[in-house]
Design a protein. Structure first.
Length: 126
């Protein structure tokens, strides 16, 4: 098992039965920011800044069972993920559990509460 801390922006999961094949399915996905990339070739050039969320195919996979516990966590947040190799592909890691490291406020009132406090004095006392 591997442990790693990741910024998770969002998550989704689904369980059910395929309409076309009738086979059951179960999946979970964690979405973390990925960097844009600059490019330069004979046809042009592109520059970028910041991050984007991955497409479904690029999202980190997790067990559907783990998603039930994630439903109670407000995202985005930094999570310590417990990762195990996939049974189908040993090079792919699947998240099977997590622990919240820190929550990231996204509502204006939460930011306002954080940044309206005046800093305390750092003067030396004798």
């Amino acid at each position: 098992m591997f442990k790693a801390i990741h910024l998770i922006l969002g998550a989704n999961a689904a369980e059910g039965k395929s309409k076309t094949t009738g086979k059951p399915y179960s999946y979970g996905r964690l979405y973390q920011p990925t960097s844009f990339f600059d490019w330069d070739n004979e046809n042009g050039r592109g520059v970028s800044s910041g991050v984007k969320t991955p497409e479904d195919r690029d999202a980190m996979k997790c067990t559907a069972e783990m998603m039930d516990s994630l439903a109670s966590v407000e995202l985005p947040a930094f999570l310590e993920l417990s990762l195990v190799p996939s049974e189908d592909d040993i090079k792919e890691l699947i998240c099977e559990s997590f622990k919240v490291v820190s929550y990231i406020p996204i509502k204006h009132s939460e930011f306002e509460a954080l940044y309206s406090k005046k800093p305390t004095s750092l003067s030396k006392s004798s």
